[in-house]
Structures are given as structure tokens and as C-alpha cells.
Ligand binder design. Sequence first.
Ligand code: AMP
Length: 312
Amino acid sequence: MLEKILEKIKEYQTIVIHRHMRPDPDALGSQVGLQRVLQKNFPEKTVKITGYTEPNLAWLAQMEAVADEDYQGALVIVTDTANQARIDDKRYDQGDFLIKIDHHPNDEVYGDLSWVNTSASSCSEMIAQLAFDMGLELDADIAYLLYAGIIGDTGRFLYPATSAKTFEIVAKLRQYEFDFAGLSRQMESVDYSVAKLIGYVYDHLEVDENGAARVLLSQNLLRKFGIGDADTSFIVGVPGRVNTVKSWGIFVEQPDGSYRVRLRSKFLPINEIAKRHHGGGHPLASGANSYSIEENEQIYQELKQVAADASE
Ligand code: AMP
């Protein structure tokens, strides 16, 4: 598979790389890490990245302007994105050939060529593997991007998707001279307003007898704390620090009155719940969308049921 991907890369003069909406460090690390690898190893090619520049992560990567004409006869690669609806920048199908590179469950097969490895900790790990196995050159900036993606998706090696392979790849990335400690600190740092919201989450977390937990963040509350939807990524792991909590949902009200539901779990798969509510994702880290208070309640009941079934 890696050879086939490299063949396609060699075949095309212009390559445009996409990733999912609401980008996280792994989406950006894999997208921009791949761009930099290709620019370094194939300097004669034009390699572009597109999508929304997430202000919280602008320190990691910023997007570029890609013209409609750039897609003519181009290779398009989409990283870290399970389904087409979540691809940022809908022009992904305007190229000549489409490659999907991802580590989410392959619920929606798309692309002319697809490399999906659900046992990879992150898509950045896959891009690093592609580069190392294919003998491509890296540098410190590329190692920085890929390392950021890996620590983002593994919660700095906390989550079970962290494998021996992850550490092998990280050991190789660490040989490049990038600001390793500074990056880890940057990924952990939060604004004081977010720190206060973390306090709110601990104060208002509802936990049932089997460890199913939830917290609701209304628009009013987010306004009061001066926080946007994207900042909730900093608090998504917070309930998991409580030892009695096993699975949890953070219900974030959106300006249109719907809810983004961020589901996480320590051991019990919860992605089927996400799939039933306009979402999907990994077994232990998924996202859903809810369109009413009643649907929020339903999602929490399903979360409680999963926890109850496991406690029997
Ligand atoms: P998040 O809570 O946004 O960090 O999402 C956790 C995981 O679930 C990520 O791997 C996302 O790609 C995935 N995910 C989130 N929302 C959705 C959605 N609406 N549809 C499919 N996958 C999603």
C-alpha cells in the first residue's frame, strides 16, 4: 500500500492535502506533516494544504489559499477523516485522483485508493511510518508536526491506542532537534478562562453509580467564561481524571441551538452511540450531534446503559 501511495505521489505534479473540519493537532500534524515531507523530498512539485485555520492551533499550522484551478489534474490526499461529510473544503473531489489516509474505523470507504489503519494511534503516526518506511527525508519541523499529532491523539501516550509501534516511531522523531518540551508544554497550556471552565466541569459533573458522566455547557455559560466551541477541546479529557468516571459526554450547545456531543470512554466502546446520533469516531473517542434537550437525555441514557451492561 505504501508503495502504491508513493507511486501516485510521484505521478502528479500538483498535490492538494485536506483533513477534517474542526481540526485537532492530529488532523493538522498529518496534513501539514505530509505536505512538508513531500516538499522536502519532491521540491519540484506543488504541494498545498487547504481548510479552515483554527485560531487555537495557528501556532502549529496555518492553511494556504488553494485556487480552483489547482485541482486540475491534481492528486488530492485526505488525512485523518473517516467520512466525506467531515472533509474540510468540499473541493476534495475536484482532483484527478483521491487518496484517503486514516486511522478511524472505515465506516465509509471513499477515494480511488485508501490506506486505513485502525490500529495506528494517530494519522500522524501513519504519515511518519510512510516517510520512514519509504526512505523519505524528514527534518526537525516535520518531526515537530508529526510528534504534535501523535501526542494530541494519544493524550500524550495515555490512551490505549498507544502501541509499541507508536513508541518506535516517536523514538525516531525524537532524534530530530525540535523543541520537544516546549511543544508538550504548549499542548498542555490553557488560558485562564479555560482553567476556570475546568473548575466548572468538576463542580457540575453528573456521575451515575456505574461511572457514566455528563456535563452540559450552554451558550450562556460559554459566553460568561469567554470561551468558544473550539476551546472545549481543552476540557474534553477532564472528567476522565475522576477515578469513578468510566465514560462521559460533554454536551456543548452551539449558536444554532443544537449540541455538539463529545463522547469519551476509558474502556467501553461508545462510538455506536455516536453513530446513532449523527456522528461517529473511534471506539473510545467519538463525536455526535444532538438537536434537542430530549436527544441529549437519550444520549446520556445510552451512555448509562453501556456502563450498566458492563457492570452486570
Ligand atoms: P471530538 O470530540 O470532536 O474531538 O471527536 C472525537 C473523535 O470523533 C474524532 O476522532 C473525530 O474525528 C470523531 N468525530 C467527532 N464528531 C464526529 C462526527 N460528527 N462524525 C464522525 N466522526 C466524528
